[in-house]
Design a protein around this ligand. Sequence first.
Ligand code: GMT
Length: 378
Amino acid sequence: MNIGIVCYPTFGGSGVVATELGIGLAKKGHKVHFITYSQPSRLDFFNENIFYHEVSIPAYPLFQYPPYELALSGTMVSTAQYAELDLFHVHYAIPHASAAYLAQKIMEDSGVGIPFVTTLHGTDITLVGKDAGFSPVVEFSINHSDMVTCVSEDLKRETNEFFDIRKNIKVIPNFIDPQKFQKQKKDHFKKAICPNGEKLLVHTSNFRKVKRVEDVVMLFEKIREKIPAKLLLAGDGPERQNIESKCRELKSCEDIRFLGKMEAIEEILSVSDLFILPSEKESFGLAALEAMACEVPVISSNAGGIPELNVNGVTGFLSDVGDIDDMLQNSLIILDDENLEGFKKRAKERALEFDIDRILPRYEQAYFEVIESYKKNR
Ligand code: GMT
């Protein structure tokens, strides 16, 4: 198949899923055309089946807000015509689903249209999607997608609850490439970070408010009062400055290290003992899956779709959002040397249920179905 993938090219979860999906499809022989405003961050190598089409917007004095969505639709149309795409797969509803709708209508007007699949990722529904300025457009573009998928049962439930959806939403969970995300021997890293055998805790995110990174720091403070430990904070985003200032005020500051955006996050995960994800909202929790694949158990909130991934008492623990004391008790259970290896092993086993080799065929199947039914209904 010739597939056009539209996504955010950033480190965010939806962009990562879209990029890894495209890479997986290309490895299976499909031609994958990424259409974004810059090269997706994980697309830093050559593959004969992967193509990249940049969306650029001409500068014009009238444009206080450059019309990205129109430029995207236009690039989608020209790419589809040039590369003879069979379908578009757009990740994150805003503004990709409505851009796809417009691109489709333009193409149909000239006689040859193609279907589009929209994948909902989380905040496009649970946060920004609910904004009064966006919600009618989100609802419309979901209802006019040829197929809609989302990454967890909980996100499906919330989408149907908030919007008037007339389409059946297919749940296809996120996935992991176990070749990339597996525990690597990085003992020298561990020695350098934890010279006295301290336990190593890690959090990775885009440092948005919804991630509650402050809870990570508060939890770490409490853990550190009980056992020797270090904390790594990977990623970057709007809350990073605040969190860094907060850490500097705390006694534990010297045991916390900010790593910024990391390409090879699996190297850090390989030496970690506990992953912390206290999010207020989380449709799936891809970062936790990546950790689990590297044998890191997870302390998380029970928000959104996280319970569909992190199994309470088995691969880690779930607590109510903001319940730091419960997270503390649970962390100490996991970090107890008697228990740690068991949690690590079960985290890995659970992660393998989300192996890309199991999930990717579900997308391929969805593509075949949508192409067939689009042809039939034209
Ligand atoms: O977590 C974010 O803020 C980024 C966001 C995105 O769309 O880039 O992530 C969402 O999509 C990921 C991939 O499907 C999910 O694993 C995350 O749980 C989801 N984030 C939220 O729902 C907050």
